[in-house]
Ligand binder design. Sequence first.
Ligand code: ZN
Length: 288
Amino acid sequence: MPPRRATPQQPTRRIETRPTARSVDSVRVSSQYRALRQLGKPIEDGVAWPRPMCPFCWEGHVAFSEPSTDEDSASKRARANEYWEPEWISGRFISAGRCDNPECEQTVKSFGVYSVGETTRHEIPQYSAFYRVEYLSPALKLLALPEDVPGDVDDAIERAERVLFLDPGLAATALRASVERFLTHVGIPSERDNGGFMTLDARLKEWKRQTGHDRAAALFLAVKWIGNRGTHEVSDLSVDDVIDGAEFIGEAFHALFTSPGLDARAQSVNERKGHPHKVLPHRRTRSR
Ligand SMILES: [Zn+2]
């Protein structure tokens, strides 16, 4: 659908479609999503930890060490109970990660809780520790946004990254806020002319009406629904749900910022029928 012209009352900024200097690296991003989804679930002792992309260099992968554990005091006291079973054991762990890029070697610490349950690794019943990551410092990247995405959108996504494992509901709320910020940036107000509040649904509809970005609007709307579930006091959101939201945002921004630049380059190659750009001959500079 061709983009519609903005009404004079609503001066919506069209999105620049110049090629981005740094395109979204889809292979790295999809491997990152896989690693984050694995880190969002309990990791059994002895199972290889996922290797997420390094948040500093975005080149290397983070390799985590064997977790170091401390049993909780209540768990220790419970051992005196005559009915005590290993499944009552719980505590905290720390695991040190390091980027495998020799030019970076950034440390990433992982903190969380562990509990004991039946192994899923062997057929013979036996107990095993299960680690649940609550926090990573520095936080891992959820998205590699094109450079043209405004900075305050990135701030909201960074907030989501910081709480992703500890509070997925809060992370989803932050992702939703990144959509609100984007709409503000492109000139869709959050208030009506009469001062009334404009819902995110209404803002997305207005943006779609003005720009014709139907697909991106549908992706952003899905982020809104996930965010709404996250804002409930008792949220049932999982890390997987938040990563779904991040994937939708990534795809929307990719379509808005990266694809047009790529399309323009493809069109340019087609127009030249694959020939290289004409290089203008050097003109001799006249000395003054
Ligand atoms: Zn690194």
